[in-house]
Design a protein around this ligand. Sequence first.
Ligand SMILES: NCc1[nH]cc(CCC(=O)O)c1CC(=O)O
Length: 328
Amino acid sequence: MDGERVLKIGTRDSKLALWQATTAATMLQSLGIQTNMVPVKSEGDLDLVTPLYAMGVQGVFTKTLDAFLLSGKIDIAVHSFKDVPTVLAQGISQAAVLPRASEKDLLVFKDPAFAAAFLKGEDKTLKGTVATGSVRRKAQILEQFPEMHIENLRGNVQTRMQKLQSNQWDGAIFAAAGLERIEERPENAAAIPWMLPAPAQGAIVVVARTDDNEAIQLIHRLNNEATQKAVKVERDFLNTLMGGCSTPISAFARVVHDTIQFSGSILSLDGRRKFSCKQSAGLDQYNTLGTQAAKKLLEQGADKIVAEIRAGAAAAATTPPFEVPPKS
Ligand SMILES: NCc1[nH]cc(CCC(=O)O)c1CC(=O)O
């Protein structure tokens, strides 16, 4: 069977997306499985089959490729796992999780003295300006440094790096994995020891159509079991706390011999309130550990933070960002 079918891999055209798709393609080819890269244009110029999601509007990063998969234009999509909604689109299945890269977040800085104080994370009076578009990173920075100014920074990795260079900010936060994969980790970058990553940060997932058994079997040969189990715990934690929207929820699990070590947290948006847990369980508990840890935090009062964040998101969705002209 191997060598007969050519699997069509869909990829977006950012440097990181291309790197990830090419990596999966190379791994498949080394197993004798043939692949073909299909570049996928941005959403606007597509005739999309709208994928159905079990929960609300999610998956801004994955929607386009989901539609291509469901309509059979591609057989495989490769994603940064942290960008994938905790519940996949209907008809799409996880086929493999690739070995994890660094899970850390990095501070890219200008002044080494500022960086040293920031990385140490003790001085509650430290001031400065750090850029990030992530509510998770923002909440954790404010927890450490209540007086820090957070600048909103969006865009792909390269755009964000350019913006940091052309502004007066003291630093910006990036996922180590993203910068390292495209070989753009600068000299003046350091892992932030106290920052807990986003669920699934540093992991790559390969998905296929649920009914395409042949593709799923072939791709599954790339699966790294330790990463798959660790990320399952992290994503269950996220899903049980509140699902996939952008939230100050962090989680990291690591398989060590026959145990799984887990840390997870949820912060209020201003970083002032936090519920966190750190625990270890037998590896055979990987199917329940994340859900149970989240339930425990909800019982301890994390449900109030979840409710606040939901209410804030709902308000933002119904408040137009500009004045609506009266109907004529
Ligand atoms: N938020 C976008 C995104 N999605 C995946 C990565 C990098 C790879 C990873 O985290 O697994 C990044 C960049 C970043 O967070 O700096």
